[in-house]
Design a protein around this ligand. Sequence first.
Ligand code: BG6
Ligand code: MG
Length: 233
Amino acid sequence: MMNNLGVIFDLDGVIVDTAKYHYLAWKTLADELDITFTETHNERLKGVSRESSLDILLELGLVTLSQAQRKLVLEQKNKDYLSFIAKMGPEEILPGVTPLLDLLDRLAIPYVLGSASKNAALILKQVNLFDRFKGIVDGNSVTKAKPDPEVFLLGAQLLHRSPDQCIVFEDAIAGIEAAHRAQMIAVGVGHKDTLKAADYNVNHLTEITEGFFTALISEKRTDNNESKLYKAR
Ligand code: BG6
Ligand code: MG
């Protein structure tokens, strides 16, 4: 089947559920700093860079740290986080991911990773998915965090696709906004109410079928290469 689509996957919350490990590591730090930090607060940290996450946490507790202290606590948080990551294996790949990658391979639709995490390559290796991706754009390769579109625009370059040919799978509000600012189609993975800005919503990647891509391919062919979805926005 001829197509010119490309797919960009977010990592945390889309490929693997690492949000729980981020939460546990931030919670340890919050307890040390005597800051009340719940799983609800943690929602605000999803998709946000490590540095910005610390800003949010400190703001919650009305705590100020020096630059040197910030550096120390960020290192400690990442160390705690990595102790959880070290125990991860392929069983932690979220439902629907592996069948979706198989489907994309079969349809010859290339895919890359577009993540804010500086640990992205390590996590993909832990779950044995590293070699499947055509490329990785992560927290080490971008200068501007989501909702800035930089991460996805770099992803499009790796895919050799124009932004309007790219489909982004995201679980964070900031990620959906980044995809739209990049002029890409955004699929929200998770709660529809939270991700209402997305062009499509699914609870899990298990809901994405071959028909989803074939419809997009034929739509792009008959619609002068411009998705109707963009027009609707
Ligand atoms: C994002 C997560 O993917 O990566 C955020 O959703 C996290 O919660 C960010 O803060 C940065 O991750 P890391 O691994 O570089 O600390
Ligand atoms: Mg995410």
